[in-house]
Design a protein around this ligand. Sequence first.
Ligand code: C5P
Length: 321
Amino acid sequence: MSTVRQAHVRALAKINLVLRVLHRRPDGYHELRTIYQTVSLADSLEFEFQPSRLSSIHLDSDPPIPDNLVLRAAEAIMESAAIRGRVRVRLIKRIPAGAGLGGGSSDAAAVLLTLPVLAGRSLPLEELLLLAAQLGSDVPFFLLGGTALGVGRGEEVYPLPDWGRLDCLVVVPEVKISTPEAYEALSRKLTPERTPFIIRGFQSVAWAAAMGAPLGEASSAPGNDFEAVVFERFRQLERLKRRMERLRPVRVGLTGSGSGLFGLFRSRRERENAGARLGGGHWIFAGRLVSRAEYWRMWRRWLAPHIDGSRRWPPQSRYGP
Ligand code: C5P
């Protein structure tokens, strides 16, 4: 009997510091420009892998989720990297669904990072990115983490310098928003004439971010194009954003197509004061932004018993194929 290899990892949530939508493409997706950022809110995944001629995947999810992206990611990576063995995953969800926090996408990326390491396999980064993009537009970002630029349908990601050590509040009201429906509603408002202005506005924020962001400057620029359509339909979200603005955050905005809102603060104290003033009635998470260096360090720590000594990213297995 071969031994069971175990790893306990976390799948971090993301916020979109900026999210601008340009137009609907012939493939039905929307061309966008975004700045992604990992935050310290996370799901937990416990993996067990046992090499075996027969493959099986067992997922125990709390709470259960239909059509779980973890299963699809495991099937995809096992097929592409020729991984054979028995896989068990225990998933504990903490990231709220339907909130624009990328929970399912991050879980999927966690599978793509972990299983090859446990199985002694490796895929070239290009292939891993392709698999990730097939699973969902936000999945490739979680192979990178930190602050990142997303273009195309969001699946084409490039590293950006960190936005800095900021604390954050993530507030999720009792409203679930369907991403395809939000895109549909936004699509009706998009006009080709606006595109150059959106791109220039986005460039100015991305440049400011890359130059170590005078945050004040960047924060005055337009944030998330979904706010127009989502706030029209859910007035309580707009009211919540206005209340959060009065707490003097560095930046506040909707993440993804909502319904989550984030506020960034310069210190833990400012964040705690803001959280106390915001009061109850919503799901609130108090945490901080997670830089890429930290994200990579976390991953190396979670996979430590199973990775080789190299500094390569993504982490490489110490087991032979
Ligand atoms: O790629 P993902 O599966 O996360 O996308 C979910 C849905 O969101 C798509 O089916 C599409 O309706 C919409 N979407 C879009 N444009 C994007 C990303 C997502 O229209 N850039």
